[in-house]
Design a protein around this ligand. Structure first.
Ligand code: GDP
Length: 325
């Protein structure tokens, strides 16, 4: 495969090339990993910057309905929208909640949209690394907005926050005055909480839920890099397509502000550091997975078990052999 040609086609906005490139970065084959590194290095200079939005919410809150309506609104404004998913369930069971092809039917037919389900990988870390590269591919391909969707379970949110510029938490209206057991960590990550389904019989509840969350957000410390009023809670209805415009305005306002303050670039620089460290960590772990290394691990572990070597000394020998390998 000619990587230089693939890079040029991605930059030219060729969708088939983009799809091929995403498939390449999702592969864990060693030669594909090398090709990916070269591809990403070539695309780095494309000089394009999308708004990367992380979107989280538990199954059933209306993520796919929201992305469909929100995405179509954006493409209607002439923007190009990519949708990617980081789905920890695909890591666990091979069955992806976010991979269902029937989701976002209209948006998937829109020529200004690109939708890609979560890669199937054995570890969340692997899923996230591939998705981060897919985000960069979509950005290089000239998409204006890249939405990265995940299911609200905790660890995947942290990963998604490391690859996006702002983080949106989608919630459903809650009965009673109780907050929906949203983990504090996820609340703290959110720049925008959107209470969906603010329509029909649910409208009042949604408004009350939104007020509850606005109150909870006020108790969290305002981030120094953000303008007054953020993080913010708002109501939307993905079905009635209401509040979507206001949500987009809030997102744009926040991004503009952060760009002016330099926080946008600083966050991305910190993220680049994070992924560099992750790549090194995974590279080292991959060395442990090589057949010779595995055999050596087993042999040394047996020695340790028989009392023929102390754990620390055996580990030192193992690490030494990795260093030479
Ligand atoms: P996901 O699992 O988070 O992707 O949620 P879905 O988008 O599949 O939606 C789950 C259910 O909530 C479906 O039955 C949707 O029709 C419904 N739903 C989604 N958005 C809205 C909304 O804005 N209003 C109402 N009333 N129902 C919605």
């Amino acid at each position: 495969m000619d990587i230089a040609e693939l890079a040029d086609k991605v930059i030219a906005g060729d969708r088939r090339a983009l799809a091929r490139a995403v498939t390449l970065v999702e592969s864990s084959r060693a030669d594909h990993r090398e090709a990916t590194a070269e591809l990403m290095e070539r695309l780095r200079g494309a000089g394009r910057e999308a708004i990367r939005i992380g979107l989280s919410g538990t199954p059933g809150v209306g993520k796919s309905t929201f992305i469909e309506s929100f995405g179509l609104m954006l493409t209607g404004q002439g923007l190009r929208v990519a949708v990617l998913a980081v789905d920890p369930s695909s890591a666990r069971s091979g069955g992806s909640i976010l991979g269902d092809k029937t989701r976002m039917e209209k948006l998937s037919r829109d020529p200004n949209a690109f939708i890609r389900p979560s890669p199937a990988q054995s570890q969340l870390g692997g899923v996230a690394r591939r998705s981060r590269e897919a985000v960069a591919l979509c950005e290089a391909a000239g998409f204006d907005v890249v939405l990265v969707e995940t299911v609200g379970v905790g660890q995947s949110e942290t990963m998604v926050a490391e690859m996006t510029d702002l983080f949106v938490l989608l919630l459903a209206p809650a009965g009673g005055d109780e907050l929906q057991g949203v983990k504090r960590g996820i609340m703290e990550m959110a720049d925008l909480i959107l209470v969906n389904k603010a329509d029909g019989a649910l409208k009042q509840t949604a408004t009350r839920t939104c007020a509850d969350y606005a109150g909870a957000l006020r108790l969290l410390r305002k981030r120094p890099q953000d303008p007054e009023g953020f993080p913010k809670a708002m109501t939307v209805s993905a079905v009635e397509e209401s509040g979507l415009d206001a949500a987009w305005t809030a997102m744009s306002e926040l991004v503009d502000w952060r760009r002016e303050q330099g926080a946008f670039a600083a966050t991305r620089a910190g993220q680049a550091r994070f992924w560099f460290r992750e790549e090194v960590r995974y590279g080292l772990l991959a060395r442990l997975d090589a057949p010779e290394a595995k055999a050596r691990m087993t042999a040394l572990a047996d020695q340790v078990a028989r009392g023929e070597a102390a754990p620390a000394a055996a580990a030192r020998d193992m690490l030494e052999s990795l260093r030479q390998g």
